[in-house]
Design a protein around this ligand. Sequence first.
Ligand code: BG6
Length: 489
Amino acid sequence: MSFDLVLFGGTGDLAWRKLMPALFQAFRHGSLPAGGRIIGVARDDLSDDAYRAFIKARFDEVELDKRPSQQEFARFAAMLNFLRLDVTKPADFARLAEMIKARQADTVVMYVATAPGLFTSVVEQIAAAGLNGPSTRVVLEKPLGHDLASNRAINEAVRRVLSEKQVFRIDHYLGKPSVQNLFALRFGNALFEPLWRRENIANIQITMSEDLGVEKRGAFYDHTGALRDMVQNHALQLLCAIGMEPPINAHADAIRDEKLKVLRALKPWTPETLQQHVVRGQYAAGISNGAAVPAYTDEPGVAPNSQTETFVALRAEIANWRWAGVPFYIRTGKRLATRDARIVVNFRPTPHAIFSTPAGAANRLVINLQPKDGLELHLLAQGADKRLASGQRSSTQLAPVQLDLDFDKRFGSERVGAYERLLLDVIEGRLNLFVRSDEQEEAWRWVEPILDAWRQDSQGPRPYAAGTWGPSAASAMIARDGFCWSEEC
Ligand code: BG6
């Protein structure tokens, strides 16, 4: 199957950091269909060879085992082309159309990895140049919009020129192997499903913490913030994967219908819950990985008096029969103690205790997304007998033990990274792991009251020292329900 992959933003951050290494991995694994052409598109003035040299420099930075040899790069680079294009100029799109039409590839993928403000005009220009035929697929990177209205405007513009089947809205968390495993755990195994409900589960915690700061993306991030960058998309998609009903089959719309129901069932915000169930923070200077690091407001590109949040913790509830009353805590932030993404399912304690157990001990299932990809099941078991203070011997004290499944070890190099999987899915036309417009709109509808409340709140984000777990208010929020974050207990 021949394909053309046009990469708008071909010299940008995403193409450089994620897409090119992912395409190379797919090429190396032999999973990129032969007969492919990759066209980097940007305003820069580069020849094909200069573009190849630019991309080659990227591979000097990747881990050794992901680095191509000279020969491998030469074979990969033969697929790479460059086209200078200004997205505001129809004549440039006409040149692109000529290039594409001359080849008549089976599939044409337009990957829009530009600044989000350009999405609408790129999609309109693609159509005006006659490039929106049935073999075309358009990939839209997040963030798709800045709020509900701008998200709708983009989706409407897209709908005018493309059918929903042609649109691949990417959320790279859905491509992570651990998220595939969450679906496998829930819908490929019978064991957990009967337990997966309010009667057995006390609370669920979704943590996506990063130790890095905003790096070189200060200007972008300062207009975005953690709620738009991580919660509206990645965190809510994870929440859907945990909370959804089993779909009737594995087809894209069956899965997306169920995710949509979860988003629709999210309990709406009230002035009280906005006050008590949302914490926003911003990192101050601190120590990260042993080195002193600056405050967010001292990062390049960030306004000195910025009120942008680099941390959010919130408590959500899915108001339906399965989940009513079960808190879903979401927490994400930059410059936190460690890089870690995990979902923790805390089960209720036994209804009647005949053993003595350590305080607060109960079963817990941990789905580790990164850096480790695996599952932990925390159980209580009979440990060694203990001599009590009274001098008596106790054989009824249970000790916490853990079943540990390391998917990296088990499947090793057979595993593919998120962008690699998603890029291949686009080329093959599989929409399962992409987000439908109605899901996205529902997610924006739910987060928007938080943004509105913050605009009216003069207090601003709470400072936290870089290298910690965020503002103490996040622990106070969960403690009010009688729980604690998984690293605290
Ligand atoms: C991106 C955000 O979507 O996800 C970044 O824009 C964030 O700010 C990144 O760093 C995190 O992804 P991962 O896969 O490294 O957890």
